[in-house]
Design a protein around this ligand. Structure first.
Ligand code: MLC
Ligand code: AMP
Length: 502
């Protein structure tokens, strides 16, 4: 009886009194306590009637219980579906409906009763302070749970990623996907049991949940587990850490603070960045201030991590490094799919044990993006340089990355187009000093009534997480189009691209 991911990441820690999690107030939680909580949660999940392969959707704040819920799903063979806590109930409704989740575990503040009712799902609560019905049930549950057998190709998590059509897709990840990547990262970045990772990322995405947490679990290290990113808390915690992972916004915010010095970071072993482009300028400034060269890597929800700059060797600013061991990267012509020579720009394709097995209930989409030979078409554009390092030069998909969160313009455009008085709209990302990119909406009136921006913003507020909402809306006479009638977003970027500068 074995459960590939559970055995390698969790079970091996049974009885271990070492700290797994270290909290902002200095308190700690041992691996063993964490595993006992996990087993109690797994018993609750089973007693609520979920069986192997069922989906559990979680919209909860970051907490040790949230991590234990992930571990409990792995242990009980349930597919874990973590959701961004910023999603509105309308957005959550789509994920629950599409995945057919049988149980929603949510913070009481998120008011998901109607959603659960609509989809016939069970709803239990789990709040940041550790209260809630789910936790109450677990108090009487056993600390022993018979781990459910799961093999390499069995599904373990669905992570939803938005799409260019405006409809989110559930990326299906297997035990092998997650374990192979954790093994690779532990080796490549030389994580071991002495490591203390400063963890200030959210845990509902690949970066905070898999890259950070799985790596530390496999290495048998510890995590300083911060609720979210705050410059003060990170600076306060750095002296106790050995490594940190973050999105570029973490690094630019730290650089804005004079307390970031070489003294503060001299004991640190490694700073890693990913999820969005790290400006070469940020890389250079960070090195001149601290003496550390940030290690940049490249990944995706569908693939976990694909490339990394080396731990030993040259970390090249403006590149995401070489293909990780076991991962194939090739650059192809977007029209023909033919492989291009090094130095030529084309679409980035990835193959390896890290690559997901398809989109839930979307065989057509899966076929479009995942080739029969196993290569996944990432939608990113890049080239391989003279040293074999990958440079990402752009995107072949209409995507905005704001503070490490992906935002697909189509989703916002569809909502804007539905508002009274709007004929059509276009949404673009403009350079932003803090978030890297931020959202701008451009709308054209249909003349039927005056445009009321407050009403429009109210409607967006009901349907879109805050991080997706346009920070500025502009009314224009018409959208620039080419002779084929296609909206020229580049021209809109030329007009409004400097909105957040200066
Ligand atoms: C918060 N806000 C954002 C935002 N985060 N707006 C745009 N983009 C974001 N990323 C909103 C808040 O709702 C608030 O809205 C306002 O911005 C100010 O909030 P803040 O307090 O300044 O933001 P903060 O809470 O500090 O969050 C910023 C952040 C956070 C960068 C620390 O977004 C973050 O932790 N990002 C990491 C995302 C991540 O983990 N991505 C990995 C995806 S996996 P208002 O309206 O109330 O003012 C992946 C694969 C891979 O991509 O390769 O890793
Ligand atoms: P997600 O869908 O949230 O997993 O985001 C994946 C996307 O983030 C990739 O397709 C890239 O466009 C982007 N990304 C991740 N890491 C990097 C990086 N280091 N540099 C540039 N873009 C990145």
């Amino acid at each position: 009886m074995s459960n590939l991911l559970f055995d390698r990441l969790f079970k091996c820690h049974e009885g271990e009194t070492k700290s797994f999690l270290i909290f902002a107030d200095g308190s700690e939680q041992s691996y063993d306590n964490f595993l006992k909580k996990t087993a109690r949660f797994a018993n609750v999940i089973q007693s609520l009637g979920l069986v192997v392969g069922d989906r559990l959707a979680a919209q909860i704040e970051k907490s040790p219980e949230a991590l234990a819920l992930y571990a409990a799903c792995v242990q009980s063979g349930i597919i874990f579906l973590p959701l961004n806590k910023a999603y509105t109930p309308n957005e959550v409704s789509y994920f629950v409906g599409d995945s057919g989740a049988k149980l929603i575990v949510a913070d009481e503040n998120f008011n998901l009763e109607d959603i659960a009712h609509e989809h016939g799902a069970l709803l239990e609560s789990l709040n940041t302070d550790g209260s809630g019905s789910f936790v109450e049930y677990s108090q009487n549950a056993s600390e022993k749970f018979e781990t459910v057998t799961r093999a390499a190709d069995d599904l373990v998590a669905f992570l939803y990623t938005s799409g260019t059509t405006g409809r989110s897709k559930g990326a299906m990840l297997t035990h092998k996907n997650l374990l192979s990547n954790a093994e690779t990262l532990v080796n490549e970045w030389e994580f071991d049991e002495h490591d203390v990772l400063l963890h200030a990322l959210p845990i509902f995405h690949t970066h905070g949940l898999f890259v950070a947490t799985n790596t530390i679990l496999l290495a048998k290290g510890s995590m300083i587990f911060l609720q979210d990113f705050s410059t003060d808390m990170v600076i306060h915690s750095l002296p106790k850490a050995s490594t940190m992972m973050g999105v570029p916004t973490f690094y630019t915010r730290l650089l804005d603070d004079p307390r970031l010095t070489s003294d503060l970071t001299s004991h640190m072993r490694l700073f890693i960045s990913g999820s969005a482009p790290l400006l070469a300028e940020t890389h250079i400034q960070f090195e001149s201030r601290t003496g550390h060269r940030i290690l940049e890597r490249y990944g995706m929800t569908e693939t976990n991590m694909n490339t990394s700059n080396p731990y030993h060797g040259e970390r090249r600013a403006g590149t995401v490094g070489r293909a990780l061991p076991g991962v194939d990267i090739k650059i192809t012509n977007p029209n023909t799919g033919k492989k291009l020579a090094d130095g030529e720009i084309g679409q980035i394709e990835v193959r390896g044990p890290n690559v997901f097995v398809g989109y839930w209930n979307m065989p057509g989409k899966t076929r479009e993006e995942l080739r029969e030979n196993g290569f996944f078409i990432t939608g990113d554009l890049g080239l391989i340089d003279d040293l074999g390092y990958l440079q990402i030069v752009g995107r072949n998909k209409d995507l905005i990355i704001s503070g490490g969160y992906n935002i697909y313009p189509k989703e916002i455009e569809l909502l804007l187009d539905d508002q009274p008085g709007i004929l059509e709209s276009a949404v673009i990302g403009a350079p932003h000093p803090d978030f890297g990119e931020s959202v701008i909406g451009v709308i054209v009136a249909d003349g039927s009534q005056p445009i009321d921006l407050d009403v429009i913003e109210g409607a967006l507020g009901k349907n879109l997480a805050r991080f997706k909402r346009p920070r500025k809306l502009f009314v224009v006479d018409s959208l620039p189009r080419n002779t084929m009638g296609k909206v020229q977003k580049n021209m809109i970027r030329d007009l409004f691209g400097s909105t957040f500068q200066g």
